[in-house]
Design a protein around this ligand. Structure first.
Ligand code: PEP
Ligand code: MG
Length: 753
């Protein structure tokens, strides 16, 4: 390819390609002309187009320069040869000497002997590789980045045109496998539990781009900016809608709104427009480029932000292409997609959505958070969801068991429908208890509180009638942001939390960044062991401005009210003292500046690092309360990564080790008159909650979904029976007492789900 090939040349080539593809005659004839045209314009000796056929095979579909005898004859499996390699990784390859590459395979029928250099790019349509476009030259020569990009643009244009002309029918690529009457189970990772039965609706984030090649870049730039304005208005409308909504997704959407203003993103699209594409094609091209770059990045947070960008890009393309990408839902719809953005999900009719199945997705993605708030079962990382599920397929989504079942039998559907009805009844039963105290049959009352992190979690407080918010994870809404929002933005958020709690106590926890939760790495660079690294209070004590701003915002949000604040990951009394000092300085400063201080101030600590247990005597003289975070505490006690699924069932919270430790802390606190609670996941499990009561806990904080079951279990138990049973097992050599406790509870008619 001539290196003097300019943006103007590319524009001219794209418009000729468009004319050829839009012309009359058989598709094959048009493709033959296309490859000849590309070879001629790029001054290459060969241009070949390989198309994906059934069974993941790439077939030589058209060529200029290779032997015509090889057309429809030469076939390469995905992963085989350089062409297969390009398709397998959806990545371009550019080699001055292809023959010396270990992946090169020689196909004599193509007459390839004469061509040394090779540049190939994937043809991607709707996020799927549908073929590979290759150019070759006789002489050995390197290719530069601009050349690769040019070929990518051309490949994109051809891919779109091929999809529009249905060169290969979708049915061919995705035939039903095996016995079509047998059900098939696809496994995945549950992001929100529940069961749904319904018909598959394929979420179509991909907008069919009608016009790819622009006639006038200035007009296209103008169209882009008009569409960006509409995009901002749409997101603003969603934000406004969410404000009035009890479920409040505002904080997520605000973060998301920032992407719509991202200058880097907008200027990348503008650059592509100047190469001759229409605004919508430029959005697609710029987005595909970012996607390919991001595919090589392992940071889960960055990959998640990619989903937000997908969402925005699709929305923008839809606006440019005239809108109308949202499918009408049948009454029972299970949405199937690669991934989905929060606003895309909110565009669907929530009442008709019975579930969400994704090929990708992760627990902290924004759409999962929204789905959780809507109480829609979600299954993520379902391999093959897009290829094996077809529109209108009947599906059973069992997120509890981590599976989606295709073509379920009638018996299976009946079984699941019964389970769904039972769940609805169960929820109604829990709801009917919500105004009754969590008091055992022998009169011992436990305070039940919820853990929250987003404004949308707040509706759980009213829904469950919990006593308060035992843990407000302040880091959650800010996960996506490169830097923390300023004091005013934080104040506005905390104020909404305090107001939303309507006088019930809220315990704010200062930032717990790093570890499994954000990129402290954005500040510190990658760490070998982030859970035990520079995270949480360690980070905020070293960067006190972060802590000060946050405390300032909390103090302001609780003027004349009660402020409960606690610090995470405290490992030594000295760390607590240092954080406490900063808090007192901020309190003084607030008063000095004429602000009204909170009426009541309680300062506490999380207990989630084992070292703190051997400093209890000193600690209890300093703190107003202690909240035991069993998630991290167990991770450090057992030296078992809390996020590692292989270890998930290896150590049980219902073990003498954990219960002895909690009992020790509870007794120390009781003697010193210090409030103590448990806010790790175990607090929300009914059996575990019984055991926690037996070792002395009277305050539990959990996900809102745990309140109903825990309340019901506690109300059906007598502590005078449970307590001696558990205390008797504390010296047992068993690593789990769970089954023993379950049997004991069942024998006594205690309601354990
Ligand atoms: C814990 O560690 O138990 C806890 C409640 O905090 P987080 O889950 O936010 O780390
Ligand atoms: Mg923790």
């Amino acid at each position: 390819m001539p290196t003097s090939f300019s943006a103007g040349d590319l524009r001219r080539m794209l418009s000729r390609l468009r004319d050829v593809m839009a012309g009359v005659g058989a598709v094959q004839g048009r493709l033959d002309k296309v490859v000849a045209l590309i070879a001629q314009d790029l001054r290459a000796d060969v241009c070949s187009c390989y198309v994906m056929r059934a069974g993941e095979v790439l077939e030589l579909f058209a060529t200029f320069g290779l032997s015509q005898k090889a057309v429809h004859l030469t076939r390469l499996r995905v992963g085989e040869g350089l062409v297969g390699e390009i398709a397998a990784h959806a990545r371009p390859v550019a080699l001055a000497d292809a023959w010396s590459h270990p992946q090169f395979v020689y196909r004599p029928e193509t007459g390839e002997d004469f061509f040394r250099s090779l540049m190939g790019v994937p043809m991607i349509q709707a996020g799927r590789v549908i073929g590979v476009l290759v150019v070759q030259t006789r002489e050995e020569r390197p290719f530069n980045e601009w050349e690769v990009e040019t070929l990518e643009t051309v490949a994109m244009v051809i891919a779109e045109l091929m999809a529009a002309t249905q060169v290969v029918k979708r049915e061919e690529l995705f035939q039903q496998e095996g016995n079509a009457t047998l059900h098939v189970r696809l496994a995945g990772a549950p992001l929100h539990p529940g069961v749904g039965v319904g018909v598959a609706v394929m979420h179509k984030p991909h907008v069919r781009i009608g016009r790819l090649v622009g006639d006038d870049p200035v007009t296209e730039q103008h169209r882009l900016h008009t569409a960006l304005n509409t995009l901002r208005q749409e997101v603003d409308a969603l934000i406004d809608g969410s404000r009035g909504d009890a479920e409040g997704y505002g904080d997520i959407l605000e973060v998301y709104r920032m992407f719509a203003d991202d200058r880097g993103w907008i200027s990348r699209i503008s650059d592509v427009i100047s190469t001759g594409l229409t605004a919508e094609a430029a959005v697609q091209k710029a987005h595909d480029d970012t996607r390919v770059r991001m595919m090589n990045i392992n940071d889960p947070i960055i990959r998640e932000r990619m989903q937000d960008l997908d969402d925005l890009a699709n929305r923008l393309m839809s606006i440019l292409a005239g809108g109308g990408m949202r499918a009408e839902l049948p009454d029972n719809a299970i949405l199937v997609c690669r991934s989905i953005g929060p606003t895309e999900l909110l565009d669907y009719d929530r009442k008709k959505l019975k579930g969400l199945v994704m090929e990708e997705g992760s627990p902290t993605m924004h759409a999962a958070v929204v789905a959780k708030a809507l109480d829609i079962p979600v299954l993520a990382q379902v391999q093959g969801a897009l290829t094996r599920i077809d529109s209108l397929d009947l599906l059973v989504l069992d997120a509890n068991a981590g599976q989606v079942i295709l073509r379920p039998s009638e018996e299976l559907i009946d079984l699941y429908m019964t389970a769904i009805e039972a769940r609805v009844k169960q929820k109604a039963a829990y709801a009917s208890l919500k105004n009754l105290p969590a008091t055992t049959k022998d009169g011992v009352t436990v305070s039940l509180n919820i853990n929250a992190g987003f404004l949308l979690d707040m509706h759980g407080l009213a829904e469950t009638n919990a006593d308060g918010i035992g843990l407000y994870r302040t880091e959650m809404p800010f996960l996506a942001m490169p830097t923390l929002p300023d004091v005013n933005a934080q104040y506005a958020l905390y104020k909404q939390v305090v107001d939303g709690a309507k006088g019930k106590p809220v315990t704010f926890r200062t930032l717990d960044v790093g570890g499994d939760k954000i990129a402290a790495s954005s500040v510190s660079g990658p760490e070998d062991n982030p859970a035990m690294g520079w995270r949480s209070i360690r980070l905020t004590l070293d960067r006190p401005a972060l802590l000060k701003q946050q405390l300032r915002a909390m103090i302001k949000a609780t003027e004349n009210e009660t402020l409960r604040v606690m610090f995470p990951m405290i490992a030594s009394v000295g760390e607590f003292d240092a954080a406490h000092r900063i808090f007192k300085l901020e309190l003084d400063r607030h008063a000095r500046d004429g602000g009204r201080v909170p009426k009541i101030v309680k300062v506490g600590t999380m207990l989630e690092v084992p070292s703190l247990m051997w400093q209890m005597q000193a600690l209890v003289t300093r703190v107003d309360f202690i909240s035991i975070g069993t998630n991290d505490l167990m991770q450090f006690m057992f030296a078992a990564d809390r996020g590692n699924t292989r270890l998930a069932n290896r150590y049980d919270a219902l073990s003498p080790a954990v219960l002895n430790m909690i009992r020790f802390v509870v007794l120390q606190c009781r003697d010193a008159g210090v409030e103590v609670s448990v806010c790790g996941e175990m607090a929300g499990k009914p059996l575990d909650a019984l055991a926690l009561m037996a070792v002395g806990c009277r305050n539990l904080s959990m996900s809102a979904s745990g309140i109903g079951p825990v309340r019901s279990t506690i109300r059906s138990a007598a502590l005078s029976e449970i307590e001696p049973f558990i205390l008797g097992l504390l010296s047992s050599d068993e690593s789990s007492i769970r089954e023993r406790l379950r049997a004991f509870a069942r024998d006594r008619g205690i309601a354990v789900p």
